[in-house]
Design a protein around this ligand. Sequence first.
Ligand code: 5GP
Ligand code: MN
Length: 345
Amino acid sequence: MERLISTTDEQALRAILDEAKNVVVTCHMGPDGDAIGSVLATTLWLTRLGKNVTPIVPDAYPDFLKWLPGADRIRVCLYHEKKVRPIVDEADLIVYQDFNEESRMDSLARLVAHNRKARRLMIDHHLNPVAKCDLAFSYPELSATCEVIFRIMSDMGGYEAMTTDEATCLYCGLMTDTGAFTYNSNRPEVFNIIGELIAKGIDKDRIYRNVFHSWSVDRFRLMGYLLYVNWHYLDELHASIITLDAEERKQFGYMKGDTEGLVNMPLQIRGTRLSVFLREDTEKAGRINVSLRSVDDLPCNVIAQECFNGGGHRNASGGHLLMSMPEALDYTRRSLQKYASLLKD
Ligand code: 5GP
Ligand code: MN
């Protein structure tokens, strides 16, 4: 495989790692498989290099990721801010992974900003990196942050020493950010990397089962309800909207991660090119979080930017609205009409 990082960047990274003792590794709020996979892979890797590493995530992450090696070391800022604060204060290196701007760390951003002396390192694959860093590895053309980490480790001659646990975390991120290699993964390198991770002894079938076949009965029931009762199909636009409010969440014993992947499902309908999922925030009243997915060249990040105070990748974006659910549904219906010519293509 060709090198990803320049030798200059490699030297800069070595210098930063050489000087680091206390490292905090973090990711975006609402961590997904790539966020947690990359946080843990880097945690295990830098621990192996002799660093004192603490993985700190902004808020809770899904149960189906808790089996990952090293997950027991993760601190959740939202629930343990007091314990987390001194660890962040003492860090001499803070690694930003799977996000591009400080605000994506939510309340952890404040704690991080308080530590002025620590070096900042970014490893990411989102467009428009704006977070202030001493060194940034930002590769939007790659499938996952875990792919970026794999390539960095390889470029540094670290493949030999990579452990099965590290490889497992990396595979998890690569698998989840590509919908188990069904989108955003049409480059030979992705499959070369899968081969190299399997050679490290990972059990890819078990990783798939642990992540995707770990539903509770409640989750299955909630899914049926959402598709039957809360699913709105805009026939003339071939677009889908699904809603979930706080009351319904309670009714079905909602757990973090229970709606993971739901937004992708309507894209299984022939001719459907856009899917929107509106869900009331679990903590902040009056806030609706928005997920958007599209196919081919339909840029849902443009719609996210123009209508939902957000952004993201061309085919996977997000944002939020400050209004009630009925208002959000109505607003979304009206907003999508503006893209009729795009959607009907
Ligand atoms: P999800 O639907 O999984 O929450 O988000 C999908 C993608 O959209 C994320 O990978 C992230 O890149 C992007 N995204 C989500 N929310 C926001 C947001 O508020 N601002 C921006 N710029 N991107 C977002
Ligand atoms: Mn990612």
